[in-house]
Ligand binder design. Structure first.
Ligand SMILES: N[C@@H](CCC(=O)N[C@@H](CS)C(=O)NCC(=O)O)C(=O)O
Length: 222
């Protein structure tokens, strides 16, 4: 069976699943979506592929699965790769929800408004999001200072969820992780050492992403 992942290079939420599939050594292929052309807003795409209008979507046999956290959980349960231990399932869900709401949930829109929208985000909105990033990244940085991976000694789906956007260039995100969050920087180095690791644009060299314009927040000023 070949897993098909609907995605595009700039989609860090898709990268969470792409990276998992590659590091797990599963047979998969990326299927590009025309993000820039608004394909996911097309009612027929929503009817056929994902009513939520988002990527990633994982096509497995005749099913389309969406929501990266749910997909990763399903993959861990069905393949066993990077699965949390039985007594860690609550902990895994807790961190995946934190990632979606706070970690990716502030970093991704900050990046989007920094380089992807036609007009830069309003300074007060960028400051609000940057403060949310500082808070969420600070929490994860302190957690990772105590252990190599989010749930302990080995990587699990939680690490792939949190890794969605941390490998995009600082020039896009406006955050220099290496200097500001040393434990996150060391952790992403450990992830980059896993067999199968590739950077986002290389792993998902398909579809169309929004044009990147000059950033409003440069890393040194963040
Ligand atoms: N919580 C979702 C977020 C998915 C998401 O926001 N995907 C973006 C691309 S990274 C998207 O498809 N956005 C389209 C839109 O919001 O209209 C997940 O983890 O899968």
């Amino acid at each position: 069976m070949v897993y098909k992942l609907y995605c595009t290079g700039a989609s860090g939420n898709s990268y969470k699943v792409a990276l998992y599939l590659n590091c797990a050594g599963l047979d998969w292929e990326p299927v590009g979506v025309d993000f820039a052309g608004g394909q996911m807003r097309d009612p027929s795409w929503r009817a056929s592929t994902n009513e939520m209008g988002e990527v990633p979507v994982l096509e497995v046999d005749d099913r389309n699965l969406s929501q990266s956290g749910a997909i990763l959980t399903w993959l861990a349960e069905t393949t066993g790769h990077f699965a949390p231990a039985d007594d860690q399932r609550f902990e895994a869900l807790r961190w995946i929800l934190f990632d979606n709401h706070k970690f990716t949930g502030s970093y991704a829109p900050h990046r989007f408004l920094n380089v992807c929208t036609a007009e830069p985000g309003h300074p007060s909105l960028m400051a609000y999001l940057a403060d949310r990033v500082d808070n969420a990244f600070g929490i994860v940085d302190r957690h990772l200072a105590l252990q190599p991976f989010m749930l302990g000694e080995r990587p699990t789906i939680v690490d792939f969820s949190l890794a969605g956007y941390v490998f995009y260039p600082a020039a896009e995100t406006g955050f220099d992780i290496a200097t500001r969050f040393p434990a996150i920087d060391a952790w992403r180095g450990r992830l980059a050492g896993l067999p199968g690791w590739r950077p986002p644009y290389e792993l998902m060299n398909v579809g169309s992403s929004l044009m990147l314009r000059a950033p409003v927040v440069v890393p040194d000023a963040a």
